[in-house]
Design a protein around this ligand. Structure first.
Ligand code: PAF
Length: 282
């Protein structure tokens, strides 16, 4: 495994690989790797000749400076994990490499970005689009791997790729969960013991809501999920919405879509957790 810090060095290596017709699988991350990331990387390794993992905590996607400061940075441990699974290249640039000049591009993803994460984290997806398009320009991957936990991010990235006409296949991978159901997230290590226990209720409630879905209207199920979680004093739902999985717009009736997905953001103290559940797989 090679740890590379500069764009020039990375591109010099990748040009040679491409000349030999080697396919490149790319997993962009912000580090603090957990099993969810590792599953993405394993898939990139299995499906491509060369695997590249980027580790870059992208400042432009944080609307909350405190969140950016507190974001865990664990490069040594990350590299160890990536080495164990035989990743080819880890790209861990500093900010000047990614943004030699401030990125002033403004993306407009229309209705896809005005809801849920986009509504509560203004500017977040613009920052994600800036860094992902920049990383795609640098790495020029054949396939790029993203987790379904960030359901809205996945939709935005698919839209970005289609608008910029980039020749990269976006591969989505299922949410990886702890044994008790909590969706794996780099933020989980910031939960104290009690918050960690309480956070289990998020997935439990989403799972139970899948069973109730047949008896409840969309509105009633939304209320039920929100009240179940808010009943725990340490948890506060920021939003729970049931949306069409393609357009991400709220549905009013189950019959509005064949692909209903429940998306949630919950604060456990100051730690913000997201999760989602697909009510009906196509
Ligand atoms: O999902 C993430 O970790 C980040 O949003 C990404 C895609 C690596 C861009 O910084």
């Amino acid at each position: 495994m090679k740890l590379i810090r500069t764009v020039a060095e990375l591109q010099a290596i990748l040009v040679q690989k491409r000349e030999k017709n080697k396919s490149i699988g790319f997993v962009p991350t912000m580090g603090a790797l957990h099993q969810g990331h590792i599953e993405l990387v394993k898939r990139a390794i299995a499906e491509n000749d060369i695997s590249v993992v980027s580790i870059f905590v992208n400042p432009t996607q944080f609307n909350d400076q405190n969140d950016l400061l507190k974001y865990p940075r664990t490069l040594d441990a990350d590299c160890k994990l990536l080495q164990e699974i035989a990743t080819d290249i880890v790209f861990s640039p500093d900010e000047n490499e990614i943004y030699p000049e401030p990125d002033i591009r403004q993306f407009n993803f229309g209705l896809l970005e005005t809801v849920m994460e986009g509504r509560f984290r203004p500017g977040h997806f613009n920052g994600v689009a800036q860094v992902v398009s920049r990383l795609f320009d640098i790495v020029k991957p054949d396939k790029a791997y993203f987790g379904e936990k960030d359901f809205q991010q996945l939709a935005i990235i698919r839209e970005l790729v289609s608008r910029l006409k980039r020749n990269v296949q976006i591969v989505s991978c299922p949410i990886v969960r702890e044994k008790d159901g909590l969706a794996m997230s780099s933020r989980n290590i910031r939960l104290n013991e009690n918050q960690r226990k309480e956070a289990v209720l998020i997935f439990k409630t989403l799972s139970d809501s899948k069973t109730l879905r047949k008896e409840y209207t969309v509105q009633a199920l939304k209320q039920w999920v929100t009240s179940q979680i808010n009943a725990v004093s340490g948890l506060q739902v920021e939003y729970f919405d049931i949306v069409d999985g393609f357009t991400l717009q709220s549905i009013k009736e189950w019959s509005n879509t064949e692909y209903p997905v429940g998306c949630i953001a919950v604060y456990a103290g100051k730690v913000r957790l997201i999760d989602n559940i697909v009510y009906c797989t196509l």
